[in-house]
Write a protein that binds this ligand. Structure first.
Ligand SMILES: [Zn+2]
Length: 414
C-alpha cells in the first residue's frame, strides 16, 4: 500500500513536470465516472441494480481520492454525496442515506472553502433529520452553515431549520427551496397552448382546429389559476395565433423561471370512437434524454459545460421527472373526476410517460394534457362549448393547486 502510494506520488510529480499533460490520466477517469453516471441515468433497468450504482460510485471515489487538489477532485467528492442520495431514493435503504449524509459532510470538511461546502452541510442536515430522524447530527450540520457560511445562500434556510428542530415542526416554506437552492417567493406557472399559426394541430370532423381550442382553453386556465392560486404568476407561451417552435416554448418557460409547465392539447385518433382524457409527463429514463440535454447545453452555451454542471443539470432534470409524474397524476385525477361529474362517457385514458420534445429541456416539472379527442364528434362539440372549457380549466387549476399544497406538506426535496 505504502509502496504503491509512493509510486503514485512519484508518477504524479513526473506528470506535473511534463507540463501541459498534467493530470491527463485522472481527468480521463473523471470522464469515465461521468459517463458511467450518464449511462446509468439512461437505463432504468440498470438503475434498479445496486451494483450499477456501486460501479459509478467506485469510479467517482477513485477520482476523489486522486485529485484532492484540483477541481475535478472536489466535483467528484460532491457528486458522491449526490449519487448516494439518488441511490437511497431508489433503495429506500437507511445505510445509503447515512452514506449520502457522510459524503456531503466529508466533502464540506475537505473543501471547506468550496462554494458548494454550505450546500453540502445543508444537504446533510436535511438528510439527518428528514430521512434518518437524527436531530443531533442535523443540528450540528445546520449550525455549521449558520456559523461558517453566514453570507452564503443557505444561511437563512439553515436558521429556519434550526428553529424548526427545536419545535419539531417543519419550516412552512421548506418546500420553497428550489432545486437550484434559491428561495422562491411565488409560484410561476407557464401554460403552453399547443400548436398555433401554421401548425393547426389535429382537425375535427366538423373542422375544429386543435390550435384554436388549446388557445381558448389556455386563456381560461390562466384566469382560473390567477383566481384560485394565491400569488401565482401565470404566463402563456402564446396569446394569439402565433407559430412557435418547440424550442421557443422551452426557452420561454426557462426564461420565465417556471416552477410548473403545462402544455395543453386536444387528442386525435383514426377511430372516431376514441375518447377521453390523457395526461403525459416526460420520462427521460425511457430515452437518453439526459444525454441529449447535456449535448444541447454544450451547443448552446458555446463552451464546454463542466462535468459537474452536466451532472447537476441531469439531476435537476431527473428530480423534475419524479415531480412531473406526481403533478400529472394530480391534474389528471382531478380532470377526469370533475368532467365525469358533469358529463357522460368521459373516458380515463390514464397518466402516461413519453418522450415529448416540448417537455425536454424545460427545467421544471412539466406535463402535457390531452384534454379530449377533437377527432371524436361528441368531444369535438364539447371542446367548442364554453361550459366544457370552463370545467376543464377549473379542474386543471384545482389539480395544480392540490399538487402545490401536497408538496408543501411533504417538504422533502433537497
Ligand atoms: Zn397537440
Amino acid at each position: 500500500m505504502k509502496i504503491s502510494r509512493f509510486l503514485f506520488a512519484l508518477g504524479l510529480s513526473l506528470i506535473i513536470s511534463a507540463g501541459g499533460h498534467a493530470f491527463s490520466k485522472t481527468e480521463e477517469t473523471y470522464e469515465n465516472a461521468h459517463n458511467c453516471y450518464v449511462d446509468l441515468k439512461a437505463d432504468p433497468e440498470a438503475r434498479k441494480l445496486r451494483q450499477s450504482w456501486e460501479k459509478c460510485i467506485d469510479l467517482f471515489e477513485r477520482v476523489a481520492r486522486q485529485d484532492r487538489r484540483i477541481e475535478s477532485g472536489a466535483d467528484a467528492k460532491f457528486s458522491l454525496g449526490k449519487l448516494y442520495e439518488e441511490l437511497a431514493e431508489n433503495s429506500k435503504n437507511q445505510s445509503d442515506w447515512l452514506k449520502a449524509a457522510k459524503e456531503y459532510e466529508s466533502f464540506a470538511r475537505q473543501y471547506s472553502r468550496n462554494s458548494k461546502a454550505d450546500d453540502a452541510y445543508f444537504g446533510a442536515g436535511k438528510i439527518y433529520w428528514l430521512r434518518l430522524n437524527d436531530k443531533a447530527n442535523s443540528k450540528r450540520c445546520f449550525s455549521r452553515v449558520v456559523k461558517f457560511y453566514k453570507k452564503g445562500d443557505k444561511a437563512a434556510e439553515a436558521n429556519k431549520y434550526l428553529a424548526a428542530l427545536e419545535t419539531g415542526i417543519l419550516p412552512k416554506d421548506a418546500d420553497a427551496v428550489s432545486q437550484a437552492g434559491s428561495i422562491q417567493e411565488a409560484v410561476t406557472i407557464v401554460i403552453d397552448p399547443g400548436h398555433g399559426g401554421k401548425d393547426a394541430g389535429a382537425i375535427g370532423p366538423k373542422g375544429t382546429e386543435e390550435k384554436d381550442v388549446t388557445l381558448s382553453l389556455s386563456k381560461k386556465l390562466a384566469e382560473q389559476i390567477k383566481n384560485d392560486i394565491k400569488g401565482a404568476k401565470v404566463f402563456l407561451t402564446r396569446g394569439n395565433d402565433a407559430t412557435l417552435t418547440l424550442d421557443d416554448r422551452v426557452k420561454f418557460a426557462n426564461k420565465k423561471r417556471a416552477d410548473l409547465f403545462i402544455s395543453i392539447h386536444a387528442n386525435a385518433a383514426v377511430s372516431k370512437k376514441q375518447r377521453g382524457v390523457q395526461t403525459y409527463f416526460l420520462n427521460n429514463a425511457s430515452d437518453d434524454a439526459a444525454r441529449r440535454l447535456a449535448a444541447q447545453e454544450n451547443r448552446n452555451s458555446g463552451r464546454k459545460a463542466s462535468d459537474l454542471e452536466k451532472i447537476i443539470s441531469t439531476m435537476i432534470q431527473n428530480a423534475s421527472t419524479e415531480e412531473s409524474r406526481i403533478l400529472a397524476k394530480s391534474v389528471h385525477h382531478r380532470l377526469v373526476k370533475d368532467l365525469s361529474g358533469k358529463y357522460s362517457g368521459v373516458a380515463d385514458q390514464k397518466v402516461r410517460s413519453a418522450m415529448f420534445y416540448v417537455l425536454v429541456g424545460v427545467k421544471c416539472p412539466s406535463i402535457l394534457v390531452e384534454t379530449s379527442y377533437v377527432s371524436n364528434p361528441k368531444e369535438e362539440a364539447r371542446l367548442n362549448n364554453k361550459d366544457y372549457q370552463a370545467t376543464i380549466a377549473k379542474a386543471v387549476a384545482k389539480g395544480l393547486d392540490e399538487h402545490l399544497k401536497s408538496k408543501k406538506s411533504l417538504a422533502i426535496n433537497l
